[in-house]
Design a protein around this ligand. Sequence first.
Ligand code: NAP
Length: 216
Amino acid sequence: MKTLVVGANGQIGKQLVGLIQDSGSHTARAMIRKQEQASHFESLGAETAIVDLEGEIEDIAKAAEGVDAIVFTAGSGPNTGADKTLMIDLDGAVKTIKAAEKAGVKRFVMVSSYDTTRQAIQEAPESFAPYVVAKHYADVWLRGTDLDYTIVHPGRLTNEDGTGKVQIAEEVERGDVPREDVAQVLFGVLDDDSTIGKEFQVVSGSTGVKEALSHL
Ligand code: NAP
């Protein structure tokens, strides 16, 4: 299975590409936005595609040609304003979904945020609300497609070492989760078609990733 990782140079993205390449059974195409980011992925044996999410859908669709799945784990990050939140977290996500349809890639895994409900928008602090709005409508858009989607809602991301143990369900109590474990979950989702059409929250827990996914 070949997977296009959108946001591959990000903290989760890099770990996911590593897991995919280490698996022996899957391969990754890393979608990045700068040529100087390519050597890291080439050294892992992964393909690369250089595309900016603020560009044309056509370019993203080209990057997606011939893959079996797309994981969207890009984000504008906490150091830019609401303008980039709109352009990347919302429009970049929707353009990637449209590119998947254009390229005929059915499997789509979205890294959303912990709570993207309407209530979460209403309750979010003013500075955080645009991000929740962006994630909310990107999720809404994906649910309205015919794609084989899975939407992953991680708790607060940390850079602690992963434990491989998580808690996964439609609703779990708010908590932290290492990015390394989220990457494991995304890899597990790609390998488990029973997750198609589902969405779930994930935080650190006591159940192995494969088993936790199988109980969804
Ligand atoms: P990250 O390290 O900030 O990575 C985001 C990636 O998106 C970067 O590689 C960045 O590229 C890429 N990107 C940004 N703008 C782009 C553009 N115009 N074109 C192409 N790529 C672009 O994020 P992370 O920590 O791995 O998190 C991944 C996801 O988890 C994000 O969607 C985030 O919203 C979500 N999330 C975060 C939390 C949290 O607690 N922080 C909780 C739940 C979910 P460059 O490397 O070139 O900058």
